[in-house]
Every structure is written in structure tokens, then in C-alpha cells.
Ligand binder design. Structure first.
Ligand code: NAD
Length: 396
């Protein structure tokens, strides 16, 4: 089958197995070229197939030499449909981890369900004994509550008032004004139920009750703060309220785990092109301007660079883990430097359809978006016939 990108809005409905494998390999090679990390043996990554979760799994396995279990929601190829990018990424990861002699297992299914939690716990018992790091990196538009059966949908909306700002169609380069009406109380409640901390808490409770969480275990989940221009739609909107809940959960989990020498953190990461962030209005244009400035200053990072820095300098670096006055790990520190933000704000004020490719790195954004699905990757022949059916070894 010849596999080409097919887009619908901000999603790409096809993925290329060889391109995805190449992107995973690039990330593996990046961490292999860095000093190793010690102190982690067995890692569980929930939301492990793309973006920050995949990068966390790669750092765990290839910089720290750890065994890993990845939990994710991805689909195999079927008929004329390719598998999802996360499926191909995970197939490539599993193959590379096995070749390097590390244990690695995949659990494919709904992380929010009791069944997948129970299945994962059984797998830990059987294959690894105990886990000493749990990374929670799920990003989802929906969640079905395991006890009540209610299905919640998340929305990205401001709270209190209408929000209006520039946004871009990253396929056409058209810069327009996005206007978003405020969320209702119920939309806010549902967004917190999807992207807040309840499911993370459930995972840690169930792992602890089952006795598969090691003494002194660490857990980390990811958050975002970002600049003033996106505050109304992100940090002070529905998704920010969910992140406040996630951060409050980290404080509770930290109290719960300190009794056995463990720790819980939220790491605030940099804005990056992922399947989740491309769905947020305004953010892709901000990321394009940010990339331009950070690349020019030589401090641009992608998921793998961010996660290597998080693990090597913060979570498992020398001495106490560095946190801000709210107890948050800040690997968005370079993004948030005042001189970087001042430069981005200057560009932001001037951005229009006419100058967007000149004043921002929209071309870089667009390319990275397609690379998430294995396209526009150097060294891949996209005219060649390729088998979309790729098996994941160690799939449970
Ligand atoms: P992503 O879309 O690349 O990855 C999401 C992962 O969650 C995938 O592995 C997917 O399979 C998995 N997933 C989704 N629903 C699931 C379910 N029901 N069961 C099991 N797995 C499921 O997202 P990302 O951008 O890497 O986001 C991960 C975390 O990082 C989120 O908390 C996000 O808010 C945070 N973050 C992202 C950015 C950014 O700019 N992308 C910045 C800072 C923080």
C-alpha cells in the first residue's frame, strides 16, 4: 500500500510505519548520545505512544536502561486503514528495546478503565515485580468513569467571558481571529473529569493497594502554563482548571507516598507540536512564533530533549529535585525566559497571513505535525509500497 497523509482539520487519519519508526529511532539515538541516568529500574508510562509519554519511555529505556510497560490507546491497521501513529511508534520502540536487551511490554486499551488497570497490575506482578517510576501522560478528549459509567467530554474554552485572539490554519497559513464563547459549568466539570487528576490518583491507589509500587517510588504527570496571550483559553480556561486539579492531586499523592519515601510531581513542560496541542486554537500560532525565537537563540527543544532534561537534571539529577514556589518542576524555564517571551510578544503583534512564514516558523510547525504521523521524514520513500500491518511484540 502507498501511504500518503490524509488530513481532516487538525488530525491526520493515516500514518506511515517506516516514518514513525524513523522518528522513534531518532529519539533513541539522541538519548544514546547523552550521559546515562541511574536510579530507575522499572517504569510504567500511562499514555506512552506519542508526544511526552513516548519520549519519557525512550529516556527510561535508552538513557536509564530501565524495563518499561507502556499503556496507550492505539489502533492496529485494518483493511484500507493504516494503524495509528502511536501503534507504529510503539512497535518500533518495542523492537528496539528488545534488541537492546531491555524488558518492555505494551498494554493497549482504555487507561481510564478498571480492566486495563487490573491487567497492567497483573503484568507488573508477573514480569517486573514492582514499579519505581509511574509517568502519567494521558491526553484525551473523553473519559468514561469506571465507577459511574458517565462519559465526560473535555472542551477548550475560556471561563467567564468570550476570548478572541489570532489563530492560524497551519495547512493554509491563513491567520484569522478565533472567538471562543465561555464554557458552561457542566463543560468545566466534564473537562476536569477528563484532564484533571482523578484517574492518576486511581492508578496510584490501585498500584499501591496491589503492592506493585516499590518503596520510594516516584510519580510524575505533565502540565502547561504558557504565556499571557494564551492564558484566557488555556491556563485560566477549562483546561487550566483541569491542570489545577492535576497539580492538587500531585500534592495529595506526594503526602501519600512520602510515608514510604516516595514522591509525586507535576512537571510543567514546554509548548510543543503534538497531536493534542494542535487541537487547541491560538496555540499552534504561538508555538510557531516561539519556535522561530528559540531556534534563532539556539535553545529549541522537542519532546525528547525536554524529557531527557527532566529525568537527568530534575527527577534523577544530583541533589534535591528543583521546584518552583508552588512545588512544580519547570522544564518550561527556557520558553518562559523574559527575553524569549518579549521577542514572541513582539512578533505576535505583527503576525498576519501575509507575513506568517517570515515572522514565525509555521513551516517548521507544519512539517513537525506531519512527522508526528511518520510523514515528511528524511530517508523515507513515500512512493514505495509498504505493509501497513505491523505487529507489536510483547503486546498484552
Ligand atoms: P499526545 O496526544 O501526544 O499523547 C497522549 C497519549 O495518551 C497517547 O499515548 C495516547 O495513546 C494516550 N491516550 C489517550 N487516551 C487514552 C486512553 N483512554 N487510554 C490510554 N491511553 C490514552 O499528548 P501530549 O501532548 O504528549 O500530552 C501529554 C501530557 O503532556 C498532557 O498532560 C499534556 O497536557 C501535557 N503537556 C503537553 C504540552 C504540549 O505542548 N504538547 C505541553 C506541556 C504539557
Amino acid at each position: 500500500m502507498i501511504i500518503q497523509p490524509k488530513t481532516r482539520g487538525f488530525i491526520c487519519t493515516t500514518a506511515h510505519p517506516e516514518g514513525c519508526a524513523k522518528q522513534v529511532q531518532r529519539q533513541i539515538e539522541y538519548v544514546q548520545g547523552k550521559p546515562g541516568i541511574s536510579g530507575i529500574r522499572n517504569v510504567l508510562v500511562i499514555g506512552a505512544s506519542t508526544g511526552y509519554g513516548l519520549a519519557s519511555r525512550i529516556v527510561s529505556s535508552f538513557a536509564a536502561g530501565a524495563n518499561t510497560i507502556g499503556v496507550y490507546f492505539d489502533k492496529a491497521a485494518e483493511g484500507a486503514r493504516t494503524a495509528s501513529a502511536g501503534w507504529y511508534n510503539s512497535a518500533a520502540f518495542e523492537a528496539a528495546a528488545s534488541a537492546a536487551g531491555r524488558k518492555s511490554y505494551s498494554v493497549v486499551g482504555d487507561a481510564f478503565s478498571d480492566e486495563i488497570k487490573a491487567q497492567t497490575i497483573e503484568l507488573i506482578r508477573k514480569e517486573l515485580g514492582q514499579i519505581d517510576l509511574v509517568v502519567y501522560s494521558v491526553a484525551s478528549p473523553r473519559r468514561t468513569h469506571p465507577k459511574t459509567g458517565e462519559t465526560f467530554s473535555s472542551v477548550i474554552k475560556p471561563l467567564g467571558g468570550t476570548y478572541s485572539n489570532k489563530t492560524v490554519n497551519f495547512h493554509s497559513g491563513e491567520v484569522t481571529q478565533a472567538t471562543i464563547e465561555p464554557a458552561t459549568e457542566d463543560e468545566l466539570r466534564q473537562t476536569i473529569a477528563v484532564m484533571g487528576g482523578e484517574d492518576w490518583q486511581m492508578w496510584i491507589d490501585q498500584l499501591q493497594e496491589a503492592g506493585v509500587l516499590a518503596e520510594g517510588a516516584t510519580t510524575v504527570a505533565y502540565s502547561y502554563i504558557g504565556p499571557e496571550i494564551t492564558h484566557a483559553v488555556y491556563r485560566e480556561g477549562t483546561i487550566g482548571a483541569a491542570k489545577n486539579d492535576l497539580e492538587a492531586t500531585a500534592r495529595r499523592l506526594n503526602d501519600q507516598l512520602t510515608a514510604s519515601g516516595g514522591r509525586a510531581f507535576v512537571s510543567v513542560n514546554k509548548a510543543l507540536v503534538t497531536q493534542s496541542s494542535s487541537a487547541i486554537p491560538v496555540v499552534p500560532l504561538y508555538i510557531s512564533a516561539l519556535y522561530k525565537v528559540m531556534k534563532e537563540q539556539g535553545i529549541h527543544e522537542g519532546c525528547i530533549e525536554q524529557m531527557y532534561r527532566l529525568f537527568s537534571e530534575r527527577l534523577y539529577g544530583a541533589g534535591e529535585t528543583l521546584v518552583d514556589d508552588k512545588g512544580l518542576i519547570r522544564v518550561d524555564d527556557w520558553e518562559m525566559r523574559p527575553e524569549i517571551q518579549a521577542e514572541v510578544a513582539k512578533l505576535w503583534a505583527e503576525l498576519t497571513t501575509e507575513n506568517v512564514y517570515e515572522l514565525s516558523d509555521l513551516e517548521g510547525y507544519r512539517r513537525e505535525f506531519f512527522q508526528l504521523f511518520g510523514f515528511e521524514t528524511d530517508g523515507i520513500d513515500y512512493e514505495a509500497d509498504v505493509d501497513p500491518n505491523v505487529a507489536i511484540s510483547n503486546l498484552r
